[in-house]
Design a protein around this ligand. Structure first.
Ligand code: ATP
Ligand code: MG
Length: 188
């Protein structure tokens, strides 16, 4: 334990860079968007300004939609319609993705915003609704101290390459497969 402590203390001293980071949460398990919201909660605790862009239109209003819409420090850009798991209409989806991206880009150009969440962005690249090079360029040129959390399954390798922290959440078990419906406060 003593040797471990010396090692950890040394690493803590070496980690002295202070900068905005990109966190990418991917994989098939539950916990990507809710982890992003956990970081929103942390950032709000410090009085930071937050920008959230949601790139999938969910069928149901979620608990966080209700909570965050009342937070003065949070701006949200959500797709009004467009890609859902059920319906796919390429022309409409692309239009909606671009509209949401325009708002996300404003957050990514605004240095007063300390944390930007790009929820379910990975699908927009995988389905080619948005231009990957353009997105990567905007992400790389964002304000120096701004953090970004990107969520979604099957993240593109180029997103993995530009991210500072990448977690792949593994699906070991999900209650849904035991016929338990989505639960308020947990799944929505
Ligand atoms: P959450 O928002 O709960 O953190 P997530 O962002 O990791 O989940 P998504 O793929 O965005 O996962 O799916 C969102 C919804 O689908 C949530 O209601 C979540 O509980 C559910 N879900 C996530 N993963 C699975 C899975 N492996 N099987 C069934 N349902 C899932
Ligand atoms: Mg999600």
């Amino acid at each position: 334990m003593q040797r471990k402590k010396i090692h950890i203390d040394k690493n803590i001293l070496t980690a002295d860079i202070d900068k905005g980071i990109i966190i990418l949460l991917t994989g098939n398990g539950k916990g990507k968007s809710s982890s992003a919201l956990g970081m929103v909660c942390r950032a709000l605790g410090y009085g930071m300004q937050i920008g959230i862009a949601k790139f999938l239109k969910g069928k149901q209003t979620t608990g966080e939609d209700i909570f965050l819409s009342k937070q003065p420090n949070v701006q949200i850009a959500a797709m009004k319609t467009g890609f859902t798991w059920e319906t796919q209409d390429k022309i409409l989806d692309t239009k909606m993705a671009l509209e949401t991206w325009d708002k996300a880009e404003k957050y990514l150009n605004d240095k007063s915003i300390g944390l930007v969440v790009l929820d379910e962005l990975t699908y927009m690249l995988n389905y080619k609704y948005l231009n990957k090079e353009k997105i990567i360029n905007v992400l790389m040129n964002r304000p120096k101290n701004q953090h970004v959390v990107i969520t979604g399954r099957a993240a593109d390798q180029d997103l993995i390459d530009i991210a500072d922290t990448v977690s792949e959440i593994k699906d070991v078990k999900h209650a849904f497969r035991a016929n338990i419906k989505a639960q308020k406060g947990i799944d929505l």
